[in-house]
Design a protein around this ligand. Structure first.
Ligand code: TYD
Ligand code: MG
Length: 467
């Protein structure tokens, strides 16, 4: 039907900004080619009552003090998942689970659904991506087929809500995925910002009204390339990212946002032929494939939230034939590497100008802590000088631009974990830790030049041994 004065808007699929005219670049977020035409009739605030003026309703104001109830939780019994959600799914809240396609979101949620159903919670699994037969096949493979999870293949929001209203309130509703949801209230295609936002809004409202926990699945790459979930992140109560490196079996579930708990937790899983297996000691996994004899490897004693994680950092420094030598990083911050290289050049007299530098964090793991600086610097020098580092030593500490080593949090926990895994030495900053003691042989250093000097001495000794 022809609609008079139907206005169209151009909505940036990256940040959700509404533009009145099309442009190649969104001036709000700076992304190119993200503007998509969407009907204004389906914009936010449309729907029944739009345009009619309504007298506002007064709400009761209250104070900041008063009784606080703990958020009511539903524990899945999958410890790695419950840790990341901060102690179980919260009733009446909405959680977004994002991740690259094929990473294992459906697998994880099928396992969680089955675990909850076994504890006689009511779980509804709505999939708009796969046919019922496909989901059943997966459930069989996961040994979850005999559970009382209720299944539907549906993508229309109104139909989903109507379906949910026909029976008793479920404890958990899983919607897979947010990109396939569409509402009658807008005529844009599924996956556009308008539809994603409407669908998410409807499901979040459902959660708040009924007290069911809602899990929304979203396909999204780490840099948020796919439309939708970025705008949903602001609306939901929690955001988890499921990540992993292609070729590795480890999967890491990471809290990005949590209104009911800490945001720096990770859960570690391993993908097997029968689903995801919990990994309760990630350090053992990340250190599993260590090559102790090669130069350029240093073990970093890291922390993820409340949990220590030991991981190997590998550096390869090789003479370059290029005018501009290569700098490639996997699992760490590119800028941080440039900074460490600059500090090594400026304060330690170590030159990387004619060398390609490759840095890799073993096991497909990603480090976000500055505490890894010292381990990275040690690995770099070790590779450049061809000196192996002692295989039973761990490193942690932040490097400042002046070359000084700065203390980091949770030193005791890092040292304990290293000790537990059979390490015998640790190198750490002197500042802040002058009184710290441990079962390990501790080397406390003031600055990075000291570290370089130590490695140079070790190098001279290794050369002598080889000669
Ligand atoms: P899936 O959960 O479908 O990923 P997503 O929902 O994030 O797109 O899982 C994808 C991959 O996991 C697929 O390539 C097959 C593999 N897989 C296993 O290795 N073992 C299993 O038991 C299952 C169910 C899947
Ligand atoms: Mg899936």
């Amino acid at each position: 039907m022809f609609m008079a004065r139907a206005k169209t808007h151009y909505i940036c699929q990256n940040c959700g900004t509404i533009h009145t005219r099309w442009a190649g670049k969104c001036d709000a977020c700076g992304e190119w080619n993200t503007l998509v035409e969407e009907g204004a009739s389906g914009g936010i605030g449309s729907g029944p009552g739009m345009g009619k003026s309504r007298k506002g309703r007064a709400v009761a104001l209250t104070s900041l003090s008063g009784d606080i109830e703990d958020a009511p939780r539903i524990l899945s019994g999958i410890a790695e998942l419950d840790r990341v959600t901060g102690g179980g799914f919260v009733r009446g809240s909405a959680l977004l689970v994002g991740g690259d396609p094929g990473i294992g979101k459906s697998t994880l949620l099928t396992q969680a659904a089955a675990a909850l159903a076994r504890k006689s919670h009511r779980v509804v699994y709505v999939s708009g991506e796969e046919a019922v037969a496909q989901i059943r096949l997966r459930a069989q493979r996961l040994g979850a087929a005999d559970t009382a999870v209720q299944l539907a293949a549906e993508t229309n929001v109104e139909d989903i809500l109507a379906t949910l209203a026909t029976s008793a309130r479920p404890d958990l509703v899983i919607i897979e995925s947010i990109q396939t949801l569409w509402s009658d209230m807008a005529d844009s295609a599924p996956g556009t910002v308008t539809q994603v936002r409407l669908g998410a809004q409807a499901m979040i409202r459902y959660a708040k009204q009924t007290g069911a926990a809602v899990v929304l699945v979203g396909h999204v790459t780490k840099d948020g390339q796919i439309a939708g979930p970025r705008v949903v992140e602001h609306m939901v109560d929690g955001v988890l990212y499921f990540e992993g490196e292609g070729g590795h079996h480890y999967r890491i579930l990471r809290t990005v946002k949590n209104r009911f708990g800490a945001t720096d937790e990770i859960g570690v899983f391993e993908m097997s032929d029968r689903g995801l297996r919990e990994v309760s000691n990630p350090s053992e996994l990340f250190l599993g494939e260590r090559s102790e004899k090669a130069p350029g490897a240093a073990v970093f004693a890291g922390m993820e939230g409340t949990r220590p994680v030991l991981v190997e950092i590998q550096a390869l420094v090789a003479p370059s034939s290029l005018g501009t030598p290569r700098r490639a990083v996997v699992g760490w911050d590119n800028n941080r590497l440039s900074m460490i290289l600059a500090v090594l050049e400026a304060h330690c007299g170590v030159r990387f100008g004619n060398h390609d530098v490759y840095l890799n964090v073993a096991g497909g793991y990603r480090i976000s802590e500055p505490a890894a600086d010292l381990a990275v610097a040690s690995a770099l020098i070790s590779s450049l000088a061809g000196v192996t580092l002692p295989p039973t030593c761990v490193y942690f500490g932040e490097v400042s631009l002046s070359g000084a080593l700065r203390p980091v949090a949770h030193a005791t926990q890092r040292l304990k974990e290293a000790e537990k895994l059979g390490f015998q030495q640790a190198v750490l900053p002197l500042a802040g830790f002058d009184r710290i003691k441990g079962a390990l042989d501790l080397t406390k250093l003031d600055n990075l030049p000291d570290m370089v000097a130590r490695l140079a001495a070790a190098g001279a000794q290794q050369k002598k041994l080889r000669a």
